[in-house]
Design a protein around this ligand. Structure first.
Ligand SMILES: [Zn+2]
Length: 193
């Protein structure tokens, strides 16, 4: 990507509309850095979807919005529609949805074993575990506040695939747009992907 284009996107990323959750920045850094092909986030109510979709189009993104405020964002329009269709599928779709969103296989398998109905309890349990050294970067407890480097629940506090994803996001072209807390453990280590 041309330097000027990257700089412009960084400026845009740093001034999101207030209706997006802080965690949306993590997802967007993944998307724009090519770490994941498609993301889903939520517009807070009362929402003005037009403001958000206009801002995302300035980032070069296509969007598909459902009627509950969830928005699927990708750099290819067809991908948004496919992922929204998986999300709407009334049958069990945890695995298909997680894989479509580009999460690591091991973490998707773990989420599918837990099942969608119990995912929040599992996420809380994983957030209470100890994350040591570089693995602090995959601690999901800071996700909602936008202070994590990944946006899924890792299958373990030592998940290598999640750590690789966090490193790609932190050391990629938009890593500096992540919250300082999401970057500090990997930036300090100096280890690149
Ligand atoms: Zn994993």
């Amino acid at each position: 990507m041309h330097y000027d284009a990257t700089a412009r996107l960084k400026r845009c990323l740093r001034s999101p509309p207030g209706l997006l959750k802080p965690s949306a920045t993590i997802d967007l850094v993944h998307l724009l850095s090519g770490v994941r092909p498609v993301i889903r986030t939520e517009i807070q109510t009362p929402y003005n979807a037009d403001d958000v979709t206009r801002w995302l189009s300035r980032l070069g993104c296509y969007t598909c919005l459902d009627n509950e405020g969830f928005i699927v964002v990708a750099l290819k329009p067809g991908l948004c529609r496919r992922v929204l269709a998986i999300d709407r599928d009334p049958s069990e779709h945890t695995k298909a949805f997680g894989l479509a969103l580009g999460y690591p296989n091991c973490c998707v398998r773990a989420a599918a074993r837990v099942g969608e109905a119990s995912i929040d309890a599992w996420a809380a349990q994983m957030a209470s575990r100890a994350y040591v050294g570089s693995f602090k970067a995959i601690d999901p407890s800071g996700y909602l506040a936008g202070k994590s480097a990944i946006s899924h629940v890792p299958c373990s506090p030592r998940c290598q695939q999640s750590l690789t994803m966090a490193r790609q996001a932190v050391h990629g072209p938009f890593g500096e747009c992540l919250h300082r807390k999401a970057r500090q453990n990997l930036v300090r280590s100096g280890v690149r992907v």
